[in-house]
Every structure is written in structure tokens, then in C-alpha cells.
Design a protein. Structure first.
Length: 279
């Protein structure tokens, strides 16, 4: 019997996960299908119970339900529990278990640009949900320094205090981040700044950038934010958010099926969907 997979969010129309996963199920001859469901917060518990009752194979969870879903699951793994957010749920013999593949997805994509995090000086700009997943994933990789710059400093300090892994971190303002930019080997932009439609904004100017620094922006619409354009023009290596999106999906697919899928195929598929609306 065909297995059901899904993504829950509100809104959900923009999600590129259905096209990506439907294509993979068909490509690997797996008798399964994947649907987007718009679920209001007050209906989330019922939606999870319904999916469990009908034997869902698994599902993704997106904004705004990544944290709120946790009490409705049968369990979560250690990383997802530390992050406090789930983006992938697997039906393991009738138990719905939550995982977070956002941070590991970012890390896998990053390896194409920076093979090793250990010993590197890293700065994350932003302290929201995505930053939290990336911070806690990178903290396990033993960077020399893992600092956070955020508009709201208390949120950055809160994230640092919540981290169960030993890592040297401090929180700083955007002004300090701009001044100390040359100290870092890797800078990861995770705020909403520069996202379509406000594409002519960036969190900090890059006057002090060294061209050996790798600059990432986890936004993928537009594919090249103004932040990345400035970094590229200054000679730095740049990475947009497409790899993180594709790898988080690949890791979810692997958890559901045991198959680590063809990344290039997924990337092309997402790029096709982004065609015509990249800015
Ligand atoms: P979030 O939890 O709402 O966090 C937003 C972050 O942006 C916070 O650090 C917030 O600072 C900062 N921010 C927002 N507006 C700002 C402004 N005007 N000035 C300064 N700082 C501002 O959002 P999220 O879920 O982490 O998502 C963040 C971005 O990551 C989005 O663009 C999203 O599309 C992208 N993302 C990409 C992927 C991927 O797979 N590539 C996955 C997840 C998310 P405060 O703390 O001061 O409010």
C-alpha cells in the first residue's frame, strides 16, 4: 500500500519540499507520496494524531510549528531536544519520533566549502530558530570560537547559555561584528535581512572582510543576497542557503527510506522551482 509522507506548516503554499520528495519517491521506485498540509496551531495536535492513526511514514514540520509540535510526538532525539525544534518526524514502529536535520543539513552542505570546523573561528549572525540549529550542530564540531552577533543580545546570550557542549562563545552587537570581521574564518548569516522582497539590505557591511573567510547566507531567495554579492566582490568564497535546504531534505529522506538521495538531482529540482522568482 502506498505510504503517506507530508509537510505541516502555516502557510505552506510556498514549500518546495513536496516537489523535491515526490520526485525522489518516483526516482527510487518507492510506493509513496508526499503532500503539503496547512495546519493551524490549534489543530496541530489533532493533525499529528490523525497522521499517526492512518500510519503516516513520516513528515516534515515547518514554520511556525517546529517547536510547538514536540509535546505531541512520542519522542525526540538528543539534538532536536537541545535545539528545541523538530523539522523531521519518522514513524518508527508506530511511534512518532522527531529529529532536526536543519543543523546537520547546513553542516553537510558546508563541507563542500570548508572541510573541517574543528579549530576554526566562526561567527553566526542571528539568533533565531535556524541559527539555534546551526549553533548547536557546529558547537559539537569543536570550533576554536563560535560567536553570535544579534540585534537582540539577550537572545544570543540565551542560546549560548542553553548549549550543552563545551565551546568558547560570546554574544556581540552588529557593530562589534563589523569591526571584528577579520578575526573569523567562517561567517554565517542567518537573519531575515536580505530576503525577498527586501533584497537591498544586509546585516553588516563587509569592509573588514579577509578574502580567505568563507561567507554563508542561509537565505536562498534570492540565491545571492546583497551580503553574498559584497563578499564575492571582495574575493571571499560564498555559499547560499540552497545546500542547507537540499541537505536537510536529503537527511530527512534518508531517515524515512534508508537511501541517501542524489543531491545534484535535488538541487536541480529546487533550482527549477526557484526559476523566475529568485528575487
Ligand atoms: P527567526 O527565528 O524568526 O529568526 C530571525 C532572526 O533574524 C533573528 O536573529 C532576528 O533578530 C533577526 N532579524 C529579523 N529581522 C531583523 C531586522 N530587521 N534587523 C536585525 N535582525 C533581524 O527566523 P528563522 O526561522 O531562524 O529563519 C531565518 C532565515 O533563515 C530566513 O531567511 C529563512 O528563510 C532562512 N532559513 C533557511 C533555511 C535553509 O534551509 N536554507 C532553513 C531555515 C531558515 P532578533 O533576535 O533581534 O529578533
Amino acid at each position: 500500500m502506498k505510504k503517506l509522507f507530508a509537510v505541516l506548516g502555516d502557510p505552506i503554499g510556498h514549500s518546495m519540499s513536496p516537489v523535491m520528495h515526490k520526485d525522489l519517491f518516483s526516482f527510487y521506485n518507492i510506493d509513496a507520496d508526499y503532500f503539503p498540509f496547512q495546519v493551524k496551531e490549534e489543530d496541530l495536535h489533532d493533525a499529528v494524531k490523525g497522521l499517526k492513526a492512518i500510519g503516516v511514514g513520516g513528515f516534515n514540520v515547518t514554520v511556525p510549528h517546529k517547536s510547538k509540535i514536540i509535546p505531541f510526538l512520542d519522542g525526540v532525539d538528543e539534538l532536536a531536544a537541545n535545539i528545541g525544534a523538530v523539522n523531521t518526524v519518522v514513524n518508527e514502529n508506530g511511534q512518532l519520533i522527531g529529529y532536526n536535520t536543519d543543523g546537520p543539513g547546513f553542516l553537510q552542505g558546508l563541507y563542500n566549502y570548508l572541510p573541517k570546523i574543528a579549530g576554526q573561528k566562526v561567527m553566526i549572525i542571528g539568533a533565531g530558530g535556524a541559527a539555534r540549529a546551526i549553533y548547536l550542530t557546529l558547537a559539537k564540531e569543536k570550533p576554536l570560537v563560535l560567536d553570535i552577533a544579534n540585534r537582540t543580545l539577550e537572545k544570543a546570550w540565551g542560546l549560548i547559555k542553553d548549549c550543552p557542549y563545551a565551546v568558547s562563545s560570546r554574544a556581540c552587537s552588529f557593530d562589534e561584528a563589523r569591526e571584528t570581521l577579520a578575526d573569523y574564518d567562517l561567517v554565517i548569516q542567518t537573519t531575515l535581512i536580505g530576503m525577498s522582497p527586501k533584497i537591498y539590505e544586509q546585516p553588516i557591511p563587509l569592509n573588514n572582510l579577509r578574502k580567505q573567510t568563507v561567507i554563508c547566507d542561509i537565505i536562498y531567495n534570492p540565491l545571492e543576497t546583497q551580503f553574498l554579492t559584497e563578499a564575492r566582490l571582495k574575493g571571499a568564497s560564498i555559499q547560499n542557503g540552497l545546500d542547507m535546504f537540499v541537505y536537510q531534505g536529503a537527511l530527512a529522506f534518508e531517515k524515512w527510506t534508508g537511501i541517501f538521495p542524489d543531491i545534484l538531482r535535488m538541487r536541480d529540482n529546487v533550482l527549477k522551482q526557484l526559476g523566475g522568482r529568485t528575487c
